[in-house]
Design a binder for this molecule. Structure first.
Ligand code: GCW
Length: 714
């Protein structure tokens, strides 16, 4: 949602500014500090193969070995074989394998024998040699970082061969970075980590080391694609497609060694604003030719260019509706231009009327994406990826899964998550989002036992055509020394990449991975305390955030000025279509077929029934689907009003506990990290208290029902 906020929004709606200094020291190493490479770097390692990504693997190994006392060797198709080794990373098709690979390591087929593909790898350990084999260079790169995660465990005992492959082919981060500073949205739209790592004041930022470090971090989690500019494309950003293509090519060159392909957000009006044509009509031959020749030039400059990202007919961006065409016409136009080069278009489904009349209770923004796109299923070209926000509205801390995902079996889909914490505390609040994403990915679209969101994206067989898809997220990094403003928000970036690689991974286990890498035992005073504290602070932090903000899935009680802090009626009488309808008797949005907007009917059974039914609807989504009296009794046994009071008091108490736990790490971890998190937790407590007091007071005044436990409500 484009906020109507002035450049200097009131402090209540805007998170405190993050200081960015002019000359910056190297950024925090995040989850790749040198110490994380100790186990690998202390070994005799052989890298076998050719190619840019193999060079990257070898460089990593060589640096780790130089630091930790091991020995790095390289053999290629032509170079001679090496002496005894502890670890071999080899491309299977790079000529005969070096003698150092024990024959048994290649003789035994992996249990799930099948092609490793472009990115997979096979790991085994035989006769005291750890052997990692791949059929393509990217497989070696991902294998290398897998070994880093394993640490010493990669070098013990015998280990049967195991194949590793990503569940999803494209694992992508979208940057909402502006090239020119936007008068309201700034350098990075919804960015909470300082400036952009790519752009500054209309020009490339030029910090090549920072971009290489970013590519490396992404590769280590499995992310293999990014878009480098905001989906709201302004006049300066539009030029990246043509006159300023060199700026994009430079980023692509820096990220290529890490297996990350670059995509570009483009404006649908490009033929008019860049090409001087009188129309951007998708069925016009001149428009078609313009996109084809422009795209040809892009590929001539960047041969591995990923494709386009398009926000069309959405929040004021131009689109096919202006020409009486639909979104299949629009998306297929760009897809046709990209297809000969192997590119894709990510076409966003975030299409809704943002000029509603709040008085009209018959229309429903949550219905919009389904209403626009479900009828188009089957009409999209093969290289269109329809990019759907995970929920029907807009990245709220709690939403049901979007009904679009089950409704479009003949369309390739991307599910879009938001790593940048627009609605989840703007990287001032500790809010570990992996549990939320895990719930979304594990949601069984056609009921218990049926395929999940992750299965659909991974193209797991089921009824109907198979299309597969991507996981995409809006990035949370900037030029902040800690990358993300909040050092603990690094865990979200890490977990996103890992879940996109394997959506079955458990969020708590992922946090352990991140802790092991970011805070290696040898670098902290008390490793057990560090682990215990980070789990205590982060494991449940998303639910804590939910407790002190909008209740029971109703969403959008944020301050409209910047989406930070409470603004309970902030959107209630606005044009944006996000209402809670609280009055003296009750609260919530009636989306039932029986008496409401009928949105429950967009789900297949059993969910269409479960959400329709007041008795069956899960508590956490109750107010998303139903308008109920304050006295309504939840499955938990509590009334809605008492639940509101209880969760808001509990949420603040939990933040207080987080703060106390964190204080115990003083002197145990890097003081700069400790201090930054301490500062943020103080602000989180202030803001959570504000949320609690405003929400509780608001509902007490509306309902007149006192808190059963007699706590202070204002
Ligand atoms: O969540 C909303 C944001 C807008 C954003 C929009 C979108 C890039 O408030 O800032 O615009 O979503 O996803 O397009």
């Amino acid at each position: 949602m484009t906020s109507p906020a002035p450049a200097h929004a009131p402090a209540t709606g805007t998170a405190p500014a993050t200081a960015t200094e002019a000359a910056q020291p190297p950024p925090h190493p995040a989850w790749l500090p040198p110490e994380a490479f100790r186990a690998l770097g202390a070994r005799r390692v052989l890298v076998h193969g050719d190619g840019t990504l193999v060079d990257t693997v070898h460089d990593e190994v060589a640096r780790a070995c130089a630091r930790h006392g091991g020995r790095a060797e390289r053999t290629t198709t032509t170079a001679a074989a090496a002496g005894p080794v502890d670890l071999v990373l080899a491309l299977r098709d790079s000529g005969p394998l070096p003698e150092a690979v024990p024959p048994a390591a290649t003789a035994a087929p992996a249990p799930d024998d099948g092609p490793l593909g472009e990115e997979g790898f096979l790991l085994t350990r035989v006769d005291d040699v750890t052997v990692l084999l791949a059929d393509a260079p990217a497989g070696l790169l991902y294998g290398l970082f897998h070994l880093v995660r394993l640490g010493g465990a990669a070098f013990t005992g015998e280990q049967p061969a195991r194949a590793h492959r990503p569940a999803l082919c494209r694992r992508m981060l979208d940057h909402w970075d502006n090239v020119a500073v936007h008068p309201v949205m700034g350098q990075v739209e919804r960015g909470y980590a300082g400036g952009s790592i790519f752009w500054r004041d209309g020009r490339p930022r030029g910090d090549r080391d920072r971009l290489r470090a970013y590519g490396r971090l992404l590769a280590s989690t499995g992310v293999n694609a990014i878009s480098v500019n905001n989906v709201n494309v302004g006049p300066t950003e539009a030029l990246l497609l043509t006159d300023r293509l060199d700026d994009v090519a430079e980023i692509a060159d820096l990220l290529r060694p890490y297996g990350v392909r670059v995509h570009l957000s483009v404006t649908f009006a490009a033929p008019v604003v860049l090409g001087g044509l009188s129309t951007a009509d998708p069925l016009d031959d001149g428009v078609r030719d313009w996109w084809e020749s422009t795209t040809r030039r892009v590929y001539a400059r960047i041969p591995d260019f990923g494709g386009y990202v398009v926000k069309a007919d959405s929040e004021g961006q131009p689109g096919p509706f202006s020409y009486g065409r639909d979104h299949a016409d629009g998306a297929n136009l760009l897809a046709a231009a990209l297809a000969p080069h192997g590119g894709v278009v990510h076409w966003r489904a975030f299409v809704y009327d943002h000029r509603r009349d709040w008085r009209d209770r018959t229309t429903d923004r949550a219905r919009a994406a389904y209403d626009h796109f479900a009828p188009l299923d089957g009409r999209f070209a093969d290289n269109v990826v329809l990019q759907v926000k995970f929920g029907p509205v807009d990245f709220q801390p709690r939403e049901p899964v979007s009904p679009v995902i089950a409704a479009m079996p003949a369309t390739r889909l991307a599910v879009e998550l938001q790593v940048t914490q627009e609605y989840t505390g703007q990287q001032w609040h500790a809010c570990y989002l992996a549990p939320c994403w895990h719930e979304v990915l594990a949601f069984q679209l056609w009921g218990p036992g049926e395929r999940s969101v992750a299965d659909v994206l991974a193209d797991v067989p089921g009824p109907g055509p198979r299309r597969g898809g991507d996981l995409v997220a809006v990035a949370n990094v900037g030029d902040d020394p800690f990358w993300c403003g909040h050092p603990l928000a690094q865990a979200n970036l890490y977990a996103f990449g890992r879940l996109a690689w394997d959506p079955r991974l458990d969020p708590t286990a992922l946090l352990d991975e991140w802790i092991d890498l970011t805070f290696p035992a040898a670098t902290v005073g008390d490793p057990a305390l560090v682990r215990e504290t980070l789990h205590a602070v982060l494991d449940d932090s998303w639910r804590t955030y939910e407790r002190y903000t909008a209740p029971l899935g109703v969403g959008f009680m944020v301050n409209p000025a910047g989406h930070y802090g409470p603004g309970i009626d902030g959107y209630e009488y606005s044009r944006w279509g996000t209402y809670h309808f609280a009055d003296r008797d009750g609260v919530g949005v009636d989306r039932t077929r029986a008496t409401g907007t009928g949105m429950t009917g967009q789900y297949p059974p059993p969910w269409s029934q479960v959400y329709e039914s007041l008795e069956q609807c899960p508590d956490e989504l109750l107010l998303f689907f139903h308008h109920v009296p304050y006295s309504h009794v939840l499955h938990s046994g509590s009334t809605v009003i008492q639940h509101i009071y209880d969760t808001h008091f509990a949420g603040v108490a939990e933040v207080e506990a987080m703060r106390e736990r964190w204080a115990r790490l003083a002197g145990v971890i890097d003081p700069a990290v400790h201090e930054r998190v301490t500062e943020r937790l103080a602000e989180q407590l202030r803001c959570a208290t504000e949320w609690r007091d405003q929400v509780n007071t608001y509902f007490f005044r509306k309902s007149g029902v006192p808190d059963a436990r007699g706590r202070r409500i204002h």
